[in-house]
Design a protein around this ligand. Sequence first.
Ligand code: TYD
Length: 226
Amino acid sequence: MKDEAAIPRTGRFLTFEGGEGAGKSTQITRLKARLNEAGIEALLTREPGGSPGAETIRRMLLGGRVKPLGPEMEAVMFAAARADHVDTTIRPALEAGRWVLCDRFSDSTRVYQGEAGVDTGFLDRLETLAVAGYRPDMTVLIDVPPATGLARVAARSATAGAPVPDRFETDGETVHARRRELFLELAHNQPGRFLIVDGTARADEVEEAIWSAVRTRFANDLDARG
Ligand code: TYD
């Protein structure tokens, strides 16, 4: 395990979390554009995936091939994908001074695999191994009631050429409701890291809320660029 205090950090690491259909991809793209306008180069990435090795694992996980092995093994596979992603994509970018915006990260494992019954101590151990000290500086939780999120996913799936729902999108509404509660609990327990935004608001309003919080939280980094 690496010594967390010894890791040189130059770029900033922001993650986006939330249930299905929360609008993470829209908002992460908008934040990248805002940062670019402010002179900050940001790398946009996602989990599971974000590196060639992790994308291979992603296909196995979302295709449901790991599901028969049970939630513990799914947690192991998400962690393995994360370890590769941190090692080959996130760490090099941060060390080069770039900002990294990641669509889902370890909080998703806490919530999705935690909800499926995986023991917290086991998840702690996997997180320490996979994250290797690269913990997010800020996490944006886009909160939407499951009915709203699932309706958005259904509308998306109705479009011609849309991808078929993945292994986690097809879970029932009660499961989605418990995931929402777990995300909110994580956020309330770590208010310094999390920003909770109301994902039912108009996309422009959500964008503004996120940008205003990022500007405040990273005022020094943004001022330094002029
Ligand atoms: P993705 O297509 O990226 O969906 P979304 O747009 O919802 O982010 O699929 C990722 C799915 O994998 C999503 O349903 C959440 C789930 N997941 C976990 O269960 N554990 C994890 O650690 C991660 C990163 C994702």
